[in-house]
Design a protein around this ligand. Sequence first.
Ligand SMILES: [Zn+2]
Length: 198
Amino acid sequence: MDETNIKSLDRLTNEFSRLPGVGKKTAARYAYFIVTGSKEQAEGFADAILEAKKSVRFCKNCGNFSDGDLCNICKKRGEKTICVVKEPKDVLAIEKAHSYTGSYHVLHGTINPLANIAPKDIKIAELMQRIAKGQTEEVILATSPDVEGEATAMYIASLVKPYGIKVTRIAQGLAAGTQLEFADEVTLTRAIADRKEV
Ligand SMILES: [Zn+2]
């Protein structure tokens, strides 16, 4: 993408191009959209970014997005069933399917020796603290069916099982390598309903 040599416009394009999945061309289109739109629209956009950044944090219990200490799911649902996922967007994907009524635990990553991500680098210790409270009857491992997701699921299973808690893995209705967020609602519902004990 050629620079326009208008410093502020190039800067805006550059910022948009940092967004995941946004290339230079799309970034330029976004930047033009902003500069050719109304002042109110631009202010609303900028304000929404700052407001979200200021108010959204992670739930102290499960690691999901929250605007307070505890997220809305942890406030309402108990610790009886905990569904373990990689990222907050996986919680959104499963919630959208409206079939799961338990709590979640967001790992904020998966174990990946090649990228130097060890168990201590993701929120496994936090999960174990929840389990140690003794209220949990089942842990559902819902990390993606890729190499890292499987390795992470098996590692967590080995930690949780000694507590005598039922550990299940979501069914492989999801094709290997499928990211949870891209699975449709029917597939996700079935993957959870057909979970297998590990
Ligand atoms: Zn929570």
